[in-house]
Design a protein around this ligand. Sequence first.
Ligand code: MRU
Length: 355
Amino acid sequence: MTAELPSMTPERLPPTVAWRGGDEGHLALLDQTRLPHERVVLRIENLDSCIDAIRRLAVRGAPAIGVAAAYGLLLGVRNARPEGRAFLETARECAVRLAAARPTAVNLQWALDRCLQALHETPNLARLRAEADAIFAEDVTSCRRIGEYGRHLVPANGTVLTHCNTGRLATAGDGTALSVLFAAWRMGTRFAVLCDETRPLLQGARLTALELAAEGIPAQVLCDGAAAGIIARGLVKMVIVGADRIARNGDFANKVGTYPVALACAAHRVPFYVAAPRSTFDAQLADGAAIPIEERDASEVLELFGQRMVCPGVGARNPAFDVTPSALVRGFVTDHGLLQPPFGPAIKAMFGVGR
Ligand code: MRU
């Protein structure tokens, strides 16, 4: 683990996720639980540490955990050094453990399935490393394409609201919803951003605000509960969020608190967009009802900075995600273009298109 000087300043951050070294190398993860105060890069050398980093959100955001899991699988198989038929079996066991770390973001399972498929054809470490590197590189490209397809949607001189963190800290590249905002800003469009603080783990306040400030984009944080009232007052021209899993009809799961924002947008006719790569679409699911929702430890809600805020004897519910029906979505900005209603056929057509 390497720690740099404590810093809240929004300079460029170390990479979110990176493989360092050759075949005997390690996974380097920027520990997001320490942001914005400290830059700590974790040296991940085995499967258990990778699972732990994903579980406790040291690495987070759907695409980033997919990339981290692919390298985590490489570490798990490399350290076990299986031979012959045991190779694939070991990989499958490691993949099952990694996939269970966070159940909602489909990118995690998608990345592991891709690695297992590659190993099925060529069961060796070099092939696994190549697949993990490809997943990383494709995510960088996907983020760039999302930015290009979405940047024209951003209203000049307006205010955009976003929820959770969907930027460089959530992907291997520029992000999803934030990639759209970064690309619009680079193109010369000027706007301001309201970041929902994103209870209980404050990804909006700690991470999104940091990324926007680093880019020079005017940003303000607001309590999650303030979003609907601000939208009702006509102060928001557009909302754009990310997604963790999108069903075939366009229903999608994203960080808890997304659904109320979408409802407020529908009530007040504010365009509500979702930005996500094709790897976040789950072709297996007809609609959002079957999306598994991660329930996290109650302590994340009951405590603030390690101190309990709720009297003894009272517990908490802590669903990490909610599901927004596709009827509330104006469009999906994907790495394959902007999808507009009706979403069923649009999503089906996207799956029919090669890369
Ligand atoms: O619990 P997190 O921080 O992993 O949740 C992240 C989100 O909900 C993001 O909006 C989503 O993963 C899209 S990130 C590009």
